[in-house]
Design a protein around this ligand. Sequence first.
Ligand SMILES: Cc1cc2nc3c(=O)[nH]c(=O)nc-3n(C[C@H](O)[C@H](O)[C@H](O)COP(=O)(O)OP(=O)(O)OC[C@H]3O[C@@H](n4cnc5c(N)ncnc54)[C@H](O)[C@@H]3O)c2cc1C
Length: 509
Amino acid sequence: MTAPLDVLVVGAGPTGLALAAQLRAYGTRFRIVDRSLDRARESRALAIQPRTLEALAGFGVTDELLARGNPAMQLRMHLPRRVVALPLFDIGLTDTAYPFLLFLSQAETEAVLSEHLAARDLTIERGTELVRLEVKDAYAVCRLQDGDGTQETVEARYVVGCDGSHSTVRTQAGIGFEGYAYPQTFLLADLEVDGLEPGAVHTYMSGTGMLFFFPLGSPASWRMLAMRPPDTPDAEVELPLLQEIADSYTDDQLALRDPVWMTDFRLHNRGAAHYRSGPCFLAGDAAHIHSPAGAQGMNTGIQDALSLGWKLALVCRGAASEELLGTYEAERAPIGRSVLRFTDRAFSIGTSSNLLIRFARTQLAPRLAPLALRATALRGRVFRTVSELGIHYRRSPATTAGSRPPRSGPRAGDRLPDLPRGLQAGTAAPDWHLLLSGPPPIWPDERLAPILDGRADLVAVHRFDGQTPWPGVVHGLVRPDGYLGYVARGTDLDGLRTYLDRWLPTDRH
Ligand SMILES: Cc1cc2nc3c(=O)[nH]c(=O)nc-3n(C[C@H](O)[C@H](O)[C@H](O)COP(=O)(O)OP(=O)(O)OC[C@H]3O[C@@H](n4cnc5c(N)ncnc54)[C@H](O)[C@@H]3O)c2cc1C
């Protein structure tokens, strides 16, 4: 057995790849293994949310995603006698450089992340499966097996299960995965469609359910998603069946052709009882699975990863207190639970056969859709939630409001907005960033020296005069994940020092 590893990442789906990108940026000693010999080639998740684009921008991944993807700015609701076009993400998103939903197949997203890692000389150990996991003396003792049955034992300080819904890490760590399966079966196809306006999401409603077309781009122009009709429980998923479904919703308006992927699947709504047990962590589908309503699944997984990676990296390097790792579950489990609730509600409205909901879907929605255009405040709130820009960690132990919080602008636990534009790029990981607003002479180096002594290599200092999200004299500390750890008015830095002493103690080894 070789010397203990800092981190073993199990699974190289989007969650594991994003975690690997972050650990690589920090120079952490880690390995990433995946039991499959090749990355997934099916499109699966098809949209990247603004917050994920922001989070991946810090690693230089986002430009390539944008180059390959397809932003959709409009939802077209096809009603019995007309089409209502609802702009997507047109309000409530002024504080991001990415105010759109980017359609890109999961296969392409994984390709971009894999190429990013390859360019940094990181090998994904494919064909290597975690078959057994034990905890001994606080270490994770992991049994890995390759394709010809050869086994290796790896000891790691931490192991992260990014190994999907059937997670071996979760099972072996004894963490429950409670929830339920939905009764409906869904049909999915990536294909070409004649008769659809490009660059928009299209939805059709009926008493029995909903039909969607999403502008995918590659490997086909469109993703079709529909509920399986109850009278075809066992029919093969083939083009004639899909055409029949499309005809029933659209009055024969669309011609489907050239499918590259057709499948059916059941959906579940399940969450892990804990995101951590000793040295074992869970992220992505290993921690939560739900319906694709709102395109949250892959995005939540990538953000789990990016919420955990910097904490692991700093603790492994001895730069942060071990207590920081305890905040991963405190921050991400509530997000996972709210995604389960939100997607469950959206899913029920789209699929329920309950008379009242059917009435709402088929009779009320057509009447309310035009009003939605005018309900700007409500739309802004919905976009903020779906885009994941509204995620905050205000109740986390690792975020603290100073005794004099700013009167306006982001609070402790909020994401640092990208206003003025470029602020996020200037405050990206791997550093922490201390933002000092107010006339520069009030922030002399001597005032900062006692705070930064012993941790100057971890915290970058930025002085701004009127160009931060807060008015007046404010000091704010941005964590490596872009969320505000601490913020207060004035020049008294005692609260900041207490915060730093707790999370980045200087008596570390
Ligand atoms: C048909 C289908 C359609 C979908 N559509 C959407 C959508 O429209 N929108 C959306 O957001 N999401 C969608 N999803 C869900 C989305 O694909 C997942 O949320 C996403 O893949 C989760 O990423 P992950 O990295 O956490 O897990 P996964 O992508 O499942 O990756 C887990 C990896 O771990 C590896 N692994 C597993 N066990 C082990 C082990 N013991 N040892 C080593 N390696 C292991 C696997 O080989 C795999 O590569 C869809 C999923 C499916 C199946």
